[in-house]
Design a protein around this ligand. Structure first.
Ligand SMILES: Cc1cc2nc3c(=O)[nH]c(=O)nc-3n(C[C@H](O)[C@H](O)[C@H](O)COP(=O)(O)O)c2cc1C
Ligand code: SF4
Length: 267
């Protein structure tokens, strides 16, 4: 029988015993052996949640995790670090886009944004998000129509529905794409994980000049419209975590809009 490789494997030729992996593991699965080299717990494979901090923190590339060699992981490149002022303007200048050019986004670009969203934090590193990408106005209008149908009985949305009935797309704003995040409804609430992943998506999109807007009306309708969930292809037992309209903006914003003062209490 071939010997199974340990979940955490230290290369003694490279490890300088700095203990970074020991201190960084959030599950405390790594400790120092008698020779000062780090060792993984015997049951590490079952308790590890594959956050990858141990392999990512080691400056000597001395740790192999679950058969993954550090050389297979991309390095963090200094040349791409963002100046604080640039980050501030970038974050503040993201706007909800409600006027879109007609053509859907290139598949490669959407894939790239989803790839970036894989790095969003998630509770216990569950990475629970599944994605649906809708493209083209025909599909978008169908989904907007099902949303209008589901929300019609709620008086609060009357204005949106009346405008929709007159032929204005107040629901998906003429966007050529919709990005939907969904996850298994397992008892763990993944709503926050979904919101963060979609936020990563919208910021990645913003960096490429692609506009997005949260599709709150569709999200609300999806809560109790099996017809809408079926049209989105949401599998049985899954719940919609959130959705973004997406496409190229027709207009650019020239200033930052006003916002409320932050309400902060230091205690
Ligand atoms: C959870 C959520 C749901 C939203 N739903 C909608 C929506 O259904 N339609 C819409 O036009 N904007 C929607 N928005 C956009 C907000 O109106 C917008 O973020 C807010 O007015 C601030 O503008 P800004 O995003 O340009 O900073 C939603 C935003 C969030 C966070
Ligand atoms: S992947 Fe994360 S949880 Fe697993 S051993 Fe490494 S640091 Fe610990």
């Amino acid at each position: 029988m071939p010997q199974l490789k340990p979940h955490i494997l230290i290369d003694p030729a490279h490890c300088d015993k700095d203990g970074l992996c020991v201190r960084e593991c959030p599950a405390a699965l790594i400790s120092f052996g008698p020779d000062g080299l780090p060792v993984g717990a015997e049951d590490a494979a079952t308790r590890c949640y594959m956050c990858g901090h141990c392999i990512a923190v080691c400056p000597k590339a001395a740790l192999t995790l679950a058969g993954i060699d550090p050389s297979d992981l991309p390095a963090v490149q200094k040349k791409f670090s963002v100046a604080p002022e640039a980050a501030e303007q970038f974050l503040r200048s993201r706007r909800s886009v409600r006027r879109y050019k007609a053509h859907p986004l290139d598949h490669g670009l959407v894939t790239q944004f989803i790839d970036t969203a894989r790095y969003a934090p998630s509770g216990m590193n569950a990475q629970p998000v599944n994605w649906v990408v809708v493209e083209g106005r025909e599909s978008m209008l169908k989904l907007a129509g099902l949303t209008a149908k589901a929300l019609r009985r709620l008086p609060y949305f009357l204005g949106f529905i009346e405008a929709w009935d007159k032929g204005e797309d107040t629901i998906l704003r003429g966007a050529p794409n919709l990005i939907v995040a969904h996850a298994a409804a397992t008892g763990f609430d993944h709503t926050v994980d979904g919101a963060i992943a979609l936020t990563y998506f919208e910021l990645a999109a913003h960096a490429h000049g692609v506009g997005t807007c949260w599709a709150g009306l569709l999200m609300l309708a999806a809560k109790d419209s099996p017809e809408l969930c079926a049209a989105l292809g949401i599998p049985e037992g899954h719940q919609v975590l959130g959705a973004l309209m997406a496409g190229y903006p027709k207009h650019g914003f020239k200033r930052l809009p006003p916002r409320n003062e932050a309400k902060v209490r230091w205690i």
